[in-house]
Design a protein. Structure first.
Length: 101
């Protein structure tokens, strides 16, 4: 009986650690995508830079929380996180790039 409890507890811990790792991976991929889109290395994504990602281009104004015409990494990451939470079965819009199918 004790052995079963230990095995179950271990499995639960392992699965929760794995789930947390997935979140870390998705945030790292969002950071990498941000850097890829930030072609001029200004630490912001302009509307012109966002046009390289069709879905981001369409949602640019709503992602630009402060309305300054540029996306900070905080704005971008918050939107990616929100999109993944509410739209998990429709695909990862943040990983699309122009020209890919």
């Amino acid at each position: 009986m004790k052995k079963s409890v230990v095995l179950i507890a271990g499995a639960l811990l392992a699965s929760s650690a794995f789930a947390g790792g997935d979140k870390d991976h998705s945030m790292k991929s969002a950071e990498q995508k941000f850097e890829q889109l930030d072609a001029d290395s200004s630490s912001t994504i302009s509307a012109a830079e966002a046009s390289q990602d069709e879905k981001l281009s369409v949602t640019f104004a709503s992602v630009d929380a402060n309305g300054d015409g540029e996306l900070t990494q905080t704005e971008y990451t918050a939107h990616v996180s929100e999109s993944r939470g509410s739209d998990s079965d429709s695909g990862d819009w943040s990983s699309s790039t122009a020209g890919e199918e």
